[in-house]
Design a protein around this ligand. Structure first.
Ligand SMILES: [Zn+2]
Length: 279
């Protein structure tokens, strides 16, 4: 990912207290009352450790009660404290998926630490963020593995993704170029690895490849029109890139136009070469 999101405003620890209070007269009252302090402490630890596995651990003692936690998320009661929080996250006005950068409003919520493994964070706002279907189908319950405990960029804590972290290389022949997606230079080794595993595990490069091929065709058509109407190609492309800066420097269009403009040979081709006739 590729887009840094503002931290959710809700008080994550206080939410635990309120959820337990709402259960004071229910069938699970004793259970929730008994784990309240540890639950609060675990949410505090999550925030302190920036959601980082394996520092943030699973909770073996509550595994038999996983369903009770999942229901907080899957079927929150009408007037429950978590319901409006979940609703406001789903009603986001994002225009790209914060995990991959693809255009479109992300219409599902993802649990950064998966709810099946970490049911105690199933409604913790800082563990939830909007995501597109393609990313969610790729992420599933993955977290990391023995060598790489964490695969995914955290949308709230990994603030380095506010800068552009993706780098695209466009190679000749420019009428049918090769696209190679990588990581920008200048990040720390751990940041570089994190971006790499994030791209790999969400299958982003394959999805980008399709987008870049289509965008390349659109680019040639636009350039053809720019030339016909006597406009400055490079200047027009710079304004395309500028427009794509919002909402994230890692939005797909921005990465694409950045790669075009940073490639003098491609710019020369677009300005002077004969364009293919299949446009
Ligand atoms: Zn996505």
């Amino acid at each position: 990912m590729v887009m840094k999101l503002p931290m959710p405003a809700a008080d994550n620890v206080q939410l635990v207290t309120e959820i337990v209070a709402e259960r004071a007269n229910g069938v699970n009252a004793t259970f929730f009352k008994g784990i309240k302090d540890e639950w609060r402490e675990r949410v505090r630890q999550y925030i302190e450790a920036a959601g980082l596995p394996p520092t943030v651990t699973t909770w073996a003692a509550i595994q038999p009660r996983t369903t009770s936690f999942l229901n907080l998320y899957l079927s929150p009661a009408e007037n429950s404290v978590q319901r409006p929080l979940l609703k406001s996250m789903r009603d986001n006005d994002l225009s790209i998926c914060p995990a991959c950068g693809e255009s479109g409003r992300p219409n599902t919520l993802d649990h950064y630490l998966p709810k099946q493994l970490y049911p105690h964070f199933s409604v913790t706002p800082v563990n939830l963020f909007p995501m597109c279907d393609a990313c969610q189908n790729a992420k599933l319950d993955k977290v990391g593995n023995a060598q790489t405990p964490r695969f995914f960029i955290h949308p709230y804590f990994d603030t380095f993704v506010a800068a552009q972290v993706l780098h695209l290389e466009i190679q000749a022949p420019f009428n049918a170029p090769t696209f190679t997606l990588g990581v920008v230079e200048g990040l720390s080794p751990s940041e570089t690895n994190l971006v790499r595993t994030h791209l790999r595990e969400l299958g982003i490069e394959k999805r980008y490849a399709k987008f870049f091929r289509n965008e390349h065709r659109r680019l040639l058509r636009s350039v053809d029109r720019l030339r016909t109407t006597g406009q400055d190609v490079q200047q027009a492309l710079a304004s395309f890139r500028y427009r794509a800066e919002e909402p994230s420097l890692n939005a797909w269009e921005h990465v694409f136009y950045g790669a075009v403009l940073d490639n003098p040979d491609f710019i020369d081709y677009l300005t002077n070469a004969e364009l293919p006739s299949y446009l």
